[in-house]
Design a protein around this ligand. Structure first.
Ligand code: 5GP
Ligand code: ZN
Length: 103
């Protein structure tokens, strides 16, 4: 999707050091970290928010990615956050799961 910052990151238009990358999902560090570790789990395909996510395989892969990446980094204690809708604090309208950890 044009002018979507996370589409540009996910498809390589904006050079980014990925923490993890698969055919369907990328993980990269938040530009404005709110914790010692603050990563974003992002589907490559443009989906505006959780409300528009219908692909159940992708749904599962997103959560599996949270588990795989935290395990790989040795992070056992962390928060996950999905802001859905402007009123809930969503600022980037391309679905993403925040992973936050201070441990
Ligand atoms: P939201 O409020 O939509 O749930 O979260 C958007 C997040 O994306 C924020 O934590 C913000 O710091 C992060 N963010 C916004 N623009 C960029 C960017 O260009 N690169 C990276 N790495 N993170 C971004
Ligand atoms: Zn997008």
């Amino acid at each position: 999707m044009e002018d979507c910052i996370f589409c540009k990151i996910a498809n390589g238009q904006i050079p980014t050091d990925f923490v993890y990358k698969s055919d369907n999902v990328v993980v990269f560090n938040d530009i404005n970290p709110k914790a010692r570790v603050h990563m974003l789990v992002v589907p490559k395909v443009h989906i505006k928010s959780l409300n528009e996510l219908e692909d159940k395989e992708l749904m599962a892969e997103l959560l599996q990615t949270v588990k795989d990446v935290t395990k790989k980094l040795g992070i056992t204690d962390y928060k996950t956050l999905i802001n859905t809708g402007r009123g809930a604090g969503q600022e980037v309208f391309h679905l993403h799961i925040h992973i936050l950890s201070n441990s």
